[in-house]
Design a protein around this ligand. Structure first.
Ligand SMILES: Cc1cc2nc3c(=O)[nH]c(=O)nc-3n(C[C@H](O)[C@H](O)[C@H](O)COP(=O)(O)OP(=O)(O)OC[C@H]3O[C@@H](n4cnc5c(N)ncnc54)[C@H](O)[C@@H]3O)c2cc1C
Ligand code: SF4
Length: 324
């Protein structure tokens, strides 16, 4: 399909990017950020909500930092697959993303800000026109959501990124910057339960970097992923677990690819820990509780019942591997 026309801006500093964003917003002009383009550009080719302006982060200096405690938004996923000081859990998750070709272009910022996906949405324009569109890209028709009809307030498209849950269980923080300055918050508070707004980025803001505290960096964990083809497919379900070795009370679990947002499961963990840790009995109880708490819908490749039931298996595997 033909790429729709847009004006590409190439700032070289963070300040220039923020001021460009401020100017466009001031003029009422819409824009998207682009990093590696592996998600945005295919979506543009399918005419999925393209904007008249695109601001590239690719030429900005100093935003591709890579260390145990800090990863810049433009760090390539391929570089996160190598254990050169990066936390092993991030290496494990990054190695399971897409294919080596995609990982060479894909960035951490793009992966965390990935658009949500849905069978009815990630299709060419002619296909979507033939079904009279859907709420997320309704082309001004007011079309209904095809997954949960008769509501049109919520899009339940699925977030299918692999790295977010691992960073969540490591307690990572995100640093967001825009025309109104910098703010920092836990990644666990970054996502917003709606397949269209996706996260709490304000207009003009972009994700600058992710940081890990000393406590986060000391954690160990495991990430387990369900996908159709191991060679490159998006996760159909993903579970990350981490702990501070020897301290079972520090256990954290997060899931992805099951709802519109990746999320932590502190209540389920707390309920099991309250009973007193009892090895495999507790692992099984935790796996059952996490399975019960997730609500996948019918908009990805595999049926929601199967994805939900696999959450029990993935949680058990992740916790067992972590405790090994
Ligand atoms: C064939 C294929 C298979 C894939 N399989 C997987 C998989 O198994 N697991 C997985 O996790 N992902 C998968 N992906 C998605 C891929 O990982 C993402 O496309 C990639 O990580 C996005 O990074 P990017 O730099 O290319 O983002 P872009 O395409 O440049 O941007 C993605 C989105 O994020 C926004 N954005 C980018 N950077 C920032 C920033 N710093 N701040 C704010 N917003 C930003 C853009 O506006 C856009 O909406 C797959 C993609 C393809 C094409
Ligand atoms: S969940 Fe509904 S509104 Fe969202 S992309 Fe799918 S069909 Fe469209």
């Amino acid at each position: 399909m033909l790429m729709p026309p847009f004006t590409l801006h190439n700032p070289t500093t963070v300040e220039e990017a923020c001021s460009l964003a401020g100017v466009l917003l001031g003029k009422g002009e819409e824009f998207d950020w682009v990093a590696g383009g592996t998600d945005l550009l295919p979506n543009y080719k399918w005419h999925l909500n393209p904007k008249p302006h695109v601001i590239s982060l690719a030429r900005i200096e100093g935003v591709d930092t890579l260390s145990l405690h800090e990863i810049g938004c433009m760090a390539r996923l391929a570089d996160l697959t190598v254990e050169n000081g990066i936390h092993p859990l991030i290496v494990e998750a990054a190695s399971k993303v897409a294919s080596s070709l995609v990982r060479r272009n894909a960035t951490l910022g793009g992966n965390l800000c990935l658009d949500t996906r849905c069978f009815w949405y990630n299709q060419g324009e002619l296909w979507r026109r033939s079904i009279d569109w859907c709420h997320k890209a309704d082309c001004g028709t007011g079309a209904d959501c095809r997954v949960i009809p008769n509501q049109n307030t919520l899009c339940v498209a699925t977030y299918q990124g692999d790295i977010a849950p691992t960073l969540m269980v490591l307690g990572a923080e995100v640093h967001l910057i825009g025309p109104n300055g910098l703010r920092t918050l836990p990644l666990a508070e970054f996502y917003q339960l709606d397949g269209m707004t996706k996260n709490i980025l304000k207009k003009g803001e972009f994700l600058l970097k992710v940081t890990l505290s000393k406590e986060g960096a000391a954690r160990m964990g495991s990430y387990q992923k369900l996908r159709v083809r191991d060679s490159w497919d998006f996760p159909e379900a993903g579970v990350a677990a981490s702990w501070i070795p020897g301290d079972v009370n520090s256990l954290q679990i997060a899931t992805t690819a099951l709802e519109s947002i990746p999320r932590c499961h502190p209540e389920e963990v707390a309920a099991v820990l309250e009973e007193g840790w009892d090895g495999m009995v507790s692992v099984k109880a935790l796996a059952a509780a996490v399975r019960k708490s997730v609500q996948p819908v019918n908009n990805t490749s595999l049926p929601p019942r199967y994805r939900k039931s696999m959450v029990r298996v993935l949680t058990k595997r992740a916790v067992q591997k972590m405790l090994e």
